[in-house]
Design a protein around this ligand. Structure first.
Ligand code: HEC
Ligand code: HEC
Length: 443
C-alpha cells in the first residue's frame, strides 16, 4: 500500500507502511553491536547451572537459550537470528527499534507490543566480557554502559536519558558539538509504550511534550557516526517506518469475554475513567489529557528528569522541524504531569504505568495489593488478572543473586520504580472493579 502524504514541512511523499516494516527488519542505522562469534560465545559468561546446560547443548539450542536470557525472540525467517537485531551478510548484529518495541505476549509476537523481556544491560555486560576474550573492539553500547546505566530491571531501559545525553553533543541542526558531559542526569528506567497508540496521539512520550513526526522517531540514531547529512538521507525511510507504526491495530483479546459483565464495566468506565482515558468503539474520542503529577501520584522521576529547557530545545531542533511540528504543544514544555494513555489493546501491553511497575490490570485496579517486589515468569500470561504472570515478594530473595538474576526482580522501592499512585479505582466497589476489568479486555 502506498499513501501520498504531506508532513509538517509541507513535503509530499510516497510512503509505504510495508516498506517501513522492511526497513525495521533489515536496515542497520547504527554501528554494529557485536558479531555472530561473540553471540555464540555469550553462554560462557553465564552462571551455573545454566552454563553447564549450555555447554552440553548444540549450537541451535544454545542460541535459543541466549535469546531467552536477553529477552529476544527468534526471527520468523531464520530462528538462529533475533527479530530485535538486524544481522548483515557478515554476521554483524545491530540493535534496531524493535529491541525495545517488539516483544511477545504468551510467547507469541504481536506487532508493536513493547519488549517487556529485553535485558539490554545484561546483554551488553556479557558481550563486553566475550569481546575482551576475543580481543575485539568495544562498540558504542559497550562504552556507553560504562558511563550510564542501560536498564536496571529487565524489560525496562534508561532510554529517555540516552536521548538527553546524546543531544548534549548536538546543535539544533544536529551538528556534533564539543561540550562537557552533563552531570545532572536523573537515570530512570522506562517501559516502552505500545506502538498502536501512535495514531491516536497528538504528541509523544509519557509527558506528551514531543512533537509527533517521522523526524522525532530518528532520535535513537544519534550516535556520533551519524551526522546531519545521514539523518537527511534516511528521512524517507523514516516516513515509511512512521506509516507502519501509525497503521498498527491493537490486538483483540484472545479469550472469552463475559458480555453482560463487560457492559456493566463500560458504564463504570464511562463514569470514572473516560474523562481522562477517552471513549472507545464507534464515535470514540481520545482527549490526550495531561494529568498533574500531584493528582495521578505515580512515580515522578521521569517528569523531573527533563527540564522545560530540555523539552523545548528538542522540539526546536531538526527533529521537530525547528519548532514547526510542536505548534500547539508549547505549554507542554513546562509539563507538570503524565498523559493518560489510550487503553486500546491494554490487555497486551503489561506491565503498566510509564515505568512498568504494575504487573497486571487487576493490580492497577487494586492499588493496595500491588507487590513490593515481583518477578515475571518468562512468557507466562495471567488471564484472570490480565497481565504478566508474576511471583510476588515482600523483599528480594535472601540468597546472593548475580546481577543478571537481580535484574529480573522489579523492586518498587528503588528510585524511579514506585508502583504507587493512580488511586482513582479506589472509588469503585469490588463488583465494579470486576466489571471494569472485563470491559478493559474489550478495548
Ligand atoms: C532502548 C529502547 C528503545 C529503542 C531502541 C527505541 N525506543 Fe522508542 N521508546 C522507548 C521508550 C522507553 C519510550 C517511552 C519514552 C517516554 O515516554 O518518555 C519510547 C517511545 C517511543 C515512541 C512514542 C510512543 C508514544 O506513544 O509516546 C515512539 C513512536 C518510538 N519510541 C519509536 C521508536 C523508533 C522508531 C525507534 C527506532 C528508530 C525507537 N523508538 C527505538 C524505548 C526505545
Ligand atoms: C484523572 C485522570 C485519570 C482517571 C480518572 C483515571 N486515569 Fe488511568 N491513568 C491516568 C494517567 C495520567 C495514567 C498514566 C500514569 C503513569 O504512567 O504514570 C493512567 C494510567 C492508566 C493505566 C495504565 C496504562 C498503561 O498502558 O500503562 C490503566 C490501565 C488505567 N489508567 C486505567 C484506568 C481506569 C480503569 C480508570 C477508572 C477506574 C482510570 N484509569 C482513571 C489518568 C487517569
Amino acid at each position: 500500500m502506498v499513501i501520498l502524504c504531506v508532513d509538517g514541512s509541507g513535503h509530499a511523499a510516497n510512503v509505504d507502511p510495508a516498506r517501513g516494516h522492511g526497513h525495521l527488519l533489515t536496515r542497520a542505522y547504527l554501528p554494529a553491536d557485536f558479531d555472530q562469534q561473540v553471540f555464540d560465545e555469550l553462554w560462557t559468561t553465564w552462571e551455573e547451572p545454566l552454563r553447564a546446560r549450555a555447554a552440553a547443548a548444540g549450537v541451535d539450542e544454545r542460541r535459543r537459550m541466549a535469546m531467552d536470557r536477553y529477552g529476544l525472540t527468534p526471527h520468523p525467517d531464520d530462528p538462529s537470528r533475533s527479530l530485535q537485531y538486524v544481522v548483515d551478510g557478515e554476521g554483524r548484529w545491530t540493535m534496531s527499534c524493535l529491541a525495545c518495541h517488539q516483544g511477545q505476549v504468551r510467547g507469541r509476537v504481536v506487532p508493536g507490543v513493547p519488549n517487556s523481556n529485553y535485558a539490554l544491560e545484561t546483554l551488553t555486560e556479557e558481550v563486553r566480557l566475550v569481546k575482551v576474550r576475543q580481543r575485539k573492539r568495544f562498540g558504542h553500547m559497550d562504552l556507553g554502559s560504562l558511563l550510564l546505566p542501560l536498564g536496571t530491571t529487565a524489560g525496562t531501559t534508561n532510554a529517555v536519558i540516552f536521548g538527553v545525553a546524546l543531544m548534549r553533543h548536538r546543535d539544533a541542526d544536529l551538528n556534533v558539538v564539543q561540550r562537557p558531559p552533563r552531570f545532572d542526569l536523573l537515570h530512570h528506567d522506562m517501559d516502552a509504550p505500545a506502538w498502536w497508540h501512535y495514531r491516536k496521539r497528538r504528541s509523544l512520550y509519557a509527558d506528551g511534550f514531543a512533537a509527533k513526526g517521522h523526524r522525532m522517531l530518528m532520535q535513537f540514531l544519534l550516535v556520533k557516526e551519524n551526522g546531519p547529512e545521514q539523518f537527511a538521507a534516511w528521512e524517507d525511510e523514516f516516513r515509511d517506518i512512521e506509516a507502519w507504526i501509525a497503521a498498527l491495530e491493537p490486538p483483540p483479546w484472545e479469550g472469552a469475554i463475559e458480555r453482560s459483565l463487560a457492559a456493566r464495566g463500560a458504564d463504570v468506565f464511562a463514569a470514572h475513567c473516560a474523562d481522562c482515558h477517552g471513549t472507545y468503539g464507534p464515535g470514540g474520542s481520545y482527549p490526550e489529557r495531561v494529568v498533574p503529577i500531584d493528582e495521578v501520584g505515580t512515580d515522578r522521576i521521569r517528569l523531573d528528569a527533563l527540564s522545560a529547557r530540555d523539552r523545548g530545545d528538542l522540539n526546536a531542533t531538526w527533529f521537530g522541524h525547528h519548532g514547526a511540528d510542536a505548534r500547539g504543544l508549547e505549554d507542554r514544555a513546562a509539563a507538570d504531569g503524565y498523559v493518560a494513555p489510550p487503553l486500546d489493546g491494554v490487555w497486551a501491553s503489561a506491565p503498566y504505568f510509564h515505568n512498568g511497575s504494575v504487573p497486571t490490570l487487576w493490580h492497577v485496579l487494586h492499588p493496595d495489593a500491588r507487590p513490593m517486589v515481583w518477578r515475571r515468569t518468562p512468557t507466562g500470561y495471567d488471564a484472570a488478572r490480565v497481565g504478566l504472570e508474576v511471583e510476588e515478594l515482600a523483599d528480594l530473595p535472601a540468597e546472593n543473586l548475580t546481577t543478571a538474576r537481580r535484574r529480573q526482580y522489579f523492586d518498587t522501592r528503588k528510585p524511579g520504580k514506585s508502583a504507587a499512585g493512580h488511586d482513582f479505582p479506589a472509588a469503585l466497589t469490588e463488583d465494579e472493579k470486576t466489571a471494569v476489568l472485563e470491559y478493559l479486555k474489550t478495548l
